[in-house]
Each structure stands twice: as structure tokens, then as C-alpha cells.
Design a protein around this ligand. Structure first.
Ligand code: PXP
Length: 250
């Protein structure tokens, strides 16, 4: 599944964050806005290659009904971010999105990088990967770009890793940025050498994207906050199209 260009997955959670800020408990009412489904339609019209949503256990932004409605949209390739819990595994196996990205939600699941602690809970993550893969869902693991987590990800049988770019994004414009980019580069190389598909995400914006695109072997970037923020000024269609200009630049 190597792509000739890097794909853009647009994380639309923050459209739901805005709706919940005013309509918590009333998200199903006709006046609840903004509507994440309409927002998704516009993101697709702007050229999103995929749509990512994180159905959190606390349902703080995206709701079950949002996910079900988005999954029904024609032409959508849905990437569901979720925790490794029996309830979420059951939800995903019934929904059958194209992809699931396993992410940490509870404190003990988080590495110092902020990614999923795979090495420290190998049996649990492996079991989750198997349960999802047997429903024909492509599973990725959201991990920090360090060797123990990448090697553990490989051991679970997951075909994809999403490398956490947050430490790099936070260090942007500081002396530590070059070091964080180098760690990501080494992570991309290691993951690829193990036969893993390499995605990346967290904190990527219109400014740091140029540096991110110097990384090798990238298959897909998942970007949310910066695109949704820009959409407040330009609309989501235009914000997505603008990010695609960066990704498609030769
Ligand atoms: N990838 C994963 C696994 C995430 O959890 C998030 C944040 O929700 C993102 C990508 C997107 O991060 P951002 O909103 O900072 O672009």
C-alpha cells in the first residue's frame, strides 16, 4: 500500500469540541452547531484523503452518532482513534472503519513521549490488534519515535505505526527542534526497516509541515488542530486545500 504521495488525514474532532462547548447533552438537537458531518463533507470537498475521529471514553467531543453518520458518508475513508478497551473494540468491530489507530487515554498507558505504551502492555495491545484485524480493520499504533516502542509495535502484528510528532512540534523554533526531527527521522527509518507503514501526527501545522515533509517513508499525516483553527477564518474546505498544497509540492 505504498502511496505515490503523502496522504492527508484530517482530524475533525475539534468541530465537535466547539459544538459541545455550547450543546453538551443537546448534540442531537437540530440547532446544535457546528455539525461534524457537514464539516466532514466540506473537508472531503477540500481534498481530505481520509477523516480521523477520536471517540474518547469520556465522549468529550465526538459522539457515537457522529461516528456512525460520518462512516456512512459516500467516499469517506474513516480512521477511528480509540483506546484499547473491550467496549471500544466491540464498537469498532461493529462499525468496521477502514482503519483504527490505538491511542492512550489513561495515564498508565502513556509513554513519556505521549504515545501509547506498547512495550509495557504487549499482550493487551496484541490482543486488541488481533481482534480488530480479524474484522478486516487496518490497525495503527500511535507511538513515540523510540526504538523499544517501534519494535514492540512490530511484535503486535500491527501493520502501521503513527509516530507522535508532538515533541518536535512543541520544540519548533527552539534549538531542540533539530534533535526532535532527527529522532523522528530515525524512527521512520527503523519502522520502515521492520516493514511497517509509517504515518505521523500531532501538532503539525502550516509552518512546521515543511520540516515534517523532509522525513523519509511517510505514508499519511493526520492533522487536526491547525486545520480546524484555520477553518475558522477560511472555512474547512479551503483550509484542507491549503494543507494539500504543501503535501503535493514537488
Ligand atoms: N494523531 C493522533 C493519534 C492524535 O491523537 C491527534 C490529536 O487528536 C492527531 C493526530 C492530530 O493532532 P493535532 O490536532 O495536534 O493536529
Amino acid at each position: 500500500m505504498s502511496a505515490s504521495r503523502i496522504l492527508l488525514g484530517v482530524n475533525i474532532d475539534h468541530a465537535a469540541t466547539l459544538r459541545q462547548a455550547r450543546y453538551r447533552g443537546l448534540h442531537a438537537s437540530p440547532q446544535a452547531e457546528p455539525n461534524p458531518v457537514e464539516f466532514t463533507r466540506e473537508a472531503l470537498a477540500g481534498g481530505a484523503d481520509g477523516i480521523t475521529v477520536h471517540l474518547r471514553e469520556d465522549r468529550r467531543h465526538i459522539q457515537d452518532e457522529d461516528v456512525l453518520a460520518i462512516a456512512r458518508l459516500p467516499g469517506v475513508r474513516l480512521n477511528l482513534e480509540m483506546a484499547c478497551t473491550p467496549a471500544m473494540i466491540d464498537f469498532a468491530r461493529r462499525l468496521r472503519p477502514a482503519a483504527v489507530c490505538l491511542v492512550p487515554e489513561s495515564r498508565e498507558e502513556v509513554t513519556t513521549e505521549g504515545g501509547l505504551e506498547v512495550a509495557g502492555q504487549l499482550a493487551r495491545v496484541t490482543e486488541t490488534v488481533r481482534a480488530l484485524a480479524s474484522a478486516n480493520i487496518e490497525v495503527s499504533l500511535f507511538i513515540g519515535p523510540d526504538a523499544p516502542q517501534i519494535e514492540a509495535a512490530k511484535a503486535t502484528g500491527a501493520p502501521v505505526v503513527e509516530l507522535h510528532t508532538g515533541a518536535f512540534a512543541n520544540a519548533w523554533k527552539s534549538p531542540a527542534a533539530a534533535r526532535e526531527l532527527e529522532r523522528l527521522r530515525q524512527g521512520c527509518e527503523l519502522a520502515r526497516s521492520l516493514g511497517l507503514i509509517v504515518n505521523a501526527g500531532h501538532g503539525i501545522n502550516y509552518d512546521n509541515i515543511g520540516a515534517i515533509l523532509t522525513l523519509p517513508h511517510l505514508h499519511e499525516l493526520n492533522i487536526g488542530h491547525s486545520i480546524v483553527s484555520r477553518a475558522l477564518f477560511t472555512g474547512i474546505r479551503s483550509a484542507v486545500a491549503e494543507m494539500q498544497v504543501h503535501l503535493r509540492r514537488p
